[in-house]
Design a binder for this molecule. Sequence first.
Ligand code: ZN
Length: 260
Amino acid sequence: MPRHEFYLPVKRELAMRAAHFCSNPQCLRLTAGPRSGGERGLGTGHAAHICAAAEGGPRYDRDQSETARRSAANGLWLCRECGDMVDKDIGGFRAEQLRAWKQDHETMIAEVRQHGWSSSIELLRSGQMAPGLAREIIALIEDRRTFWARFDAEFPDRVRMSIEGFRHDLTRLRRDCAAGSPLDVVIVALGQTVRHFFDTVERFDLTTLRCDSGDPDWRAFEAALRALRKSIGYQTAALADSYAIPMQGEYAGYLPRISE
Ligand SMILES: [Zn+2]
C-alpha cells in the first residue's frame, strides 16, 4: 500500500500558514529558530496528516483521492511531540477536531498579524517596561476562568459578562499606560481580540443559547470562544515570557509554551 506523503512545497505552505507554531491549542510551541553556533536555522515542526497517508493509519479515508490526501487541506502543522501523538493516534483524535485546531490557529495568526502585535512583543523583550502593569494584565486573565476553564462555555451569557468585565478592566489599565508604548499596544491588541469575538457572536442571543452540538449557532459560538481563548492564551504566554513572569496555578497548565 503506497503512502501518500506531502511534497515539500505543501509542508512549507503548512508551516508558513501556522507561522511555524504548533497548531495544537494546548501546546503552541514555536517550531523554528536559530541553530546554536552557526548561521543555519533549526526546524522542529511536522506536517501531520488529518486523514492518514496510507490505509491502516489513523483517520484513513478510503474515499479520498491521492491528490486530496497529499494536499495542504489534509495537513496541519504541529511540533514534533504533538505530531507524534497525532500520527500514532494517541488520544484518538477525530479529523473534525484536527480541522478545528487548524482553523482556530490560522484565525489567531491572521489576527495577530493584522494588529502588529508581535512587533511590540519584540520591543517588550528588549525593554521590559512597566513590569507592574504587565503583571496586572496577566493577573486579570488568570482570574477569569472564561479564558481557560472548559465548562464555562456551557453558559454563553456568563461568558459574555465575564468578557465584558475584562474589556472594562483593560480600559482602566490603559489609563496608566503611555499612549503608543509597547504595553499600550498589547492592551489595544487584547481589546481588539475581544471586539473581534463580540463581532462574531453578535448575531446570537446569548441569553437563550444553550450547549447543543446539533445547533449550528452553538457550534459557531463555541468556535469563536475557542479562537478567543487561543489568541488570549498566546498573547498572555508571550507577555509572561517577555517579562520572565512565572505562570502559576491551574491556568499555567492551559497556557501555550512560547519558548522551549
Ligand atoms: Zn505541539
